[in-house]
Design a protein around this ligand. Structure first.
Ligand SMILES: O=C(O)[C@H]1O[C@@H](Oc2ccc([N+](=O)[O-])cc2)[C@H](O)[C@@H](O)[C@@H]1O
Length: 603
């Protein structure tokens, strides 16, 4: 159980909030002198830096864009005098990858892991009715004891460089919104909901955690704001007659209202939109509200020019318009939990999400695709540092599930992407991760992970942990690409036949397949990297998917082109996007649009 509340901040009579988004001060600390020199009291020579944003792509110099090490942010805020009797917190949507928060010069908290909220209790140091200072010391180095995995190289001149074991750029900084929030002394800390359908009615089972002992009232309002159910107690069941279900691309949202009362009045109120739906696996099918659903969509990234991984509602809006245009119904938050607003919007739009922890790069290589491509065994889970990594993995899993567990859009947890899975060491490691994850989700959603090509049916030790199996496969790209595509299809079918022969009786979802494609490069006959080849590759993949009834979803890699570390396999980023980085369609987008229009998601 986390010590602080991960509930998304809201404003009402009892809860207040103030955004700290805007222009902050910023300073690199390559010599690591900040702490010794008292930078927690104010930065000596700062530049300006927008929040939320990654810092990297604002700069025009290599040393700044590729900066790896410690760096600091600073801002000020006025704390309203009327908030005097409240609990005061700073809430960072994330601090990437780790940071220490100071308020008025005092160290408040530290957090490891760059993709989940950080809460800092500043009650004892913040001054109501005055201007207060916030300083954050951040570090963006990669290692093998926290997620995502990588290494940090030190050049001869002492400069540090990130060496990710994955291909997305190591964007960092304050990439999500920052708030000051004021909560009542006794407040709603957390709540969970789960659903059961009984004919046309539904049961909403709930659990509420508060910071005190006073009684709790829970109400359910329909989309018009009319009361449909009410009950008392920190756990209980709300009965909903003629329930409107939250369906794929047809989202009906209720509002849950949680009140703490002391007999004289209300002490706190928390409200949030929720959707009534069930999700479970039965045989080879994924059932949403007891009906099979075929997943259609993409793996994505939080990635955009200039902002890097910085949150902007404009990107959310455009991406959902493009997703809807392709007739998609799902995406995977590869390879880390996204800003919370993505899930809120998916709840509204009726999109399904496979929510992924940042467990990527669990194969020792400067670029995991080199190791993956070569099939090299890298002894990853035999290192002495593995117990510490496991702790971070479980902590991130707890924080992700605690944060996202009430979103109707979230239908499954992905607990890894492309680790080494062929040893008993890997199995023992992931067994612990899955066992922990199970204890955090009130809805017991299906759990999975994405397997790369060395996780073959005969060798992979970890697939039995998964409720459904996700495969990342590149037959026709990394394997037998271009003129060899017919052979790629045979090899692909051969692997699928071997999975089929295992009679696992679980759904399979393709969580990656795709080709790098330069937008505007046309060639007849096709060559690899041309728009024509991307289409031919997809048509081949679709033939294979459609030959196996246990294939219950296809999430292409990637929704859009995205930035990566520089290297011999990437030309200004990864170009497997079906859309360009500025969200314009390549020819393949129409292939998806047509296929998914015909491929009705509900059977
Ligand atoms: O390369 C890609 O575009 C994507 O592929 C995935 O990694 C692989 C790379 C190479 C091979 N291979 O050589 O077979 C297999 C998998 C990663 O999950 C993803 O983050 C990355 O962007």
């Amino acid at each position: 159980m986390l010590e602080y509340s991960e509930l998304y901040p809201i404003q009402n009579e009892y809860r207040m909030m103030q955004s700290l988004d805007g222009m902050w001060k910023f300073q690199f600390d390559p010599e690591e002198i900040g702490k010794k020199s008292g930078w927690e009291n104010g930065l000596p020579a700062p530049v300006s830096m927008p929040v939320p944003s990654s810092f990297a792509d604002f700069f025009t110099d290599h040393k700044e864009r590729d900066y790896c090490g410690d760096f600091w942010y600073e801002t000020e805020f006025y704390l309203p005098a009327e908030w005097r009797n409240k609990k005061i917190w700073l809430r960072f949507g994330s601090i990437t990858h780790r940071g220490t928060v100071y308020c008025n010069g005092m160290e408040i908290t530290s957090h490891e892991g760059g993709f989940l909220p950080v809460l800092a209790d500043i009650l004892t140091v913040a001054k109501p009715g005055q201007v207060n200072q916030v300083v954050v010391k951040i570090n963006n180095e990669l290692n093998e004891t926290s997620l995502p995995c990588g290494a940090t190289k030190i050049l001869n001149n002492g400069r540090k460089l990130a060496k990710p074991y994955f291909d997305f750029f190591n964007y960092s900084g304050l990439q999500r919104s920052v708030w000051v929030i004021a909560l009542p002394e006794e407040s709603v800390k957390d709540y969970s909901v789960d659903y059961e359908l009984c004919g046309t009615d539904a049961l909403v089972k709930y659990e509420v955690v508060t910071t005190g002992e006073h009684p709790v009232i829970v109400r359910l309002l329909d989309a018009e704001g009319e009361l449909v159910a009410e009950t008392e107690g920190k756990e209980g069941i709300l009965q909903v007659a003629n329930a409107h279900l939250w369906e794929v691309r047809n989202a009906y949202l209720y509002q849950i209202v949680i009140l703490i009362t002391d007999g004289n009045g209300v002490l706190d109120e928390y409200r949030e939109k929720i959707g009534i739906r069930t999700v479970r696996i039965e045989g080879t099918q994924i059932l949403l509200n007891d009906r099979p659903v075929y997943l259609k969509g993409f793996g994505k990234h939080e990635d955009f020019s200039i902002l890097g991984r910085g949150f902007h509602w404009g990107i959310v809006k455009r991406d959902f318009e493009c997703l809807k245009w392709t007739n998609a119904n799902c995406f995977r938050t590869s390879h880390y939990p996204y800003a919370e607003e993505w899930y809120q919007f998916a709840d509204e739009e009726g999109f399904l999400i496979i929510d992924e922890v940042p467990a990527v790069g669990m194969m020792r290589s400067t670029r995991n695709f080199v190791a993956a491509g070569a099939g090299n065994y890298t002894y990853f889970f035999e290192a002495l540092t593995v117990p510490e990594l496991l702790k971070s993995h479980i902590a991130d899993t707890e924080e992700m599930i605690t944060r996202d567990k009430n979103h109707p859009s979230v239908i499954a947890w992905s607990l890894f992407n492309e680790p080494e899975t062929i040893t008993d060491y890997a199995y023992e490691y992931f067994k612990e991760v899955f066992a922990a994850a199970e204890t955090y989700d009130f809805q017991s959603r299906p759990m999975t992970g994405a397997f790369e090509k060395n996780s073959k049916p005969e060798l992979c030790k970890c697939y039995p942990l998964c409720d459904f199996i996700c495969l990342n496969r590149y037959y026709g790209w990394y394997i037998s690409g271009g003129p060899e595509i017919e052979e790629a299809e045979e090899l692909f079918r051969d692997e699928m036949d071997r999975w089929k022969a295992k009679e696992l009786n679980v759904p399979f979802v393709f969580t990656e397949f795709g080709t790098d494609t330069m937008a505007g490069l046309h060639k007849l006959p096709s060559i690899m990297w041309s728009e024509e080849y991307q289409k031919e590759y997809l048509e081949m993949n679709f033939r294979v998917f459609d030959s196996y009834e246990f294939v219950q979803g296809e999430l292409a890699w990637n929704f859009a082109d995205f930035q990566t570390t520089e290297g011999i396999m990437r030309v200004d980023g990864n170009h497997k996007g079906v859309f360009t980085r500025d969200r314009q369609p390549k020819a393949a987008a129409v292939v998806f649009k047509d296929r998914w229009e015909k491929k009705n998601e509900l059977f």
